[in-house]
Design a protein around this ligand. Structure first.
Ligand code: SAH
Ligand code: MG
Length: 217
């Protein structure tokens, strides 16, 4: 949704990142690492601040950009983050070390579909952030929401997939298939009896789901 004028305007108001974060953005750009878009991440960080999140589980570390953004925005929080790509994982470890955030961020190497017990044992979590393979969103949600506290929040990135979920004009069969899966996930999520969900048209589309607790059932 980059072409959107309002989105561009809002983006222009976001102060540029400095130091290691700016460096990571350049690296991501040059190596085609799909880090979260500026308006999307600012929205997520603001919600996390309002929540005063103390424990966060991220599915999809990539090079550790969003994990570090969360760590800086919420200095008292603990973050667990999962990545299956070796090269990205080691890059993430390198950046986290350079930022001196190893005490705050625990990195887990492996396929999120397989390291559930390991990552889950580090919970329970106030926030679950899903930002990995789009075709698996429902699986990630089902597996990891078990470790979410009542009243906890699930943030899911890329749920509007460059607007393709609304326009249905995918360039390839593979993308069309992915669009179908995301569309299916969005319907499933917004009708989930245990969660209240809103989809925000920021970044690449961000879903915010709040787990019902005893007090809001
Ligand atoms: N959250 C990051 C961007 C993540 S990009 C940021 O905003 O900075 C998505 C990442 O998820 C990729 O690096 C990819 O390797 C990883 N990924 C995809 N499927 C995965 C899975 N099943 N288990 C673990 N990591 C996965
Ligand atoms: Mg994303």
């Amino acid at each position: 949704m980059k072409e959107d004028k309002l989105q561009k305007y809002i983006e222009s108001l976001i102060p540029p990142r400095q130091g290691i974060l700016a460096e990571m953005e350049t690296y991501a750009d040059e190596h085609r690492v799909p880090i979260m878009e500026a308006t999307g991440i600012e929205t997520m960080l603001q919600i996390l601040r309002m929540k005063q999140a103390e424990t966060i589980l991220e599915v999809g570390t990539a090079i550790g950009y969003s994990a570090l953004r969360m760590a800086f925005a919420l200095p008292k929080s603990k973050i667990v983050t999962i990545e299956r790509d070796k090269e990205r994982f080691s890059k993430a470890k390198e950046y986290i070390q350079r930022a001196e955030k190893e005490d705050q961020i625990t990195t887990v190497f492996g396929d999120a579909l397989e390291v559930v017990d390991q990552a889950g044992s580090l919970g329970p979590f106030d926030v679950l952030f899903i930002d990995a393979a789009k075709g698996q969103y429902q699986r990630f949600f089902e597996l990891y929401s078990a470790f979410l506290k009542p009243g906890g929040i699930v943030v899911t990135d890329n749920v509007l997939f460059k607007g393709l979920v609304a326009t249905q004009d995918s360039p390839t069969k593979r993308i069309q298939n992915l669009v179908k899966k995301i569309d299916h996930f969005n319907h499933w999520l917004t009708n989930h009896p245990d969660y209240d969900t809103v989809i925000l048209p920021v970044g690449d589309g961000v879903a915010i789901s709040v787990k019902r607790g005893e007090e809001n059932e």
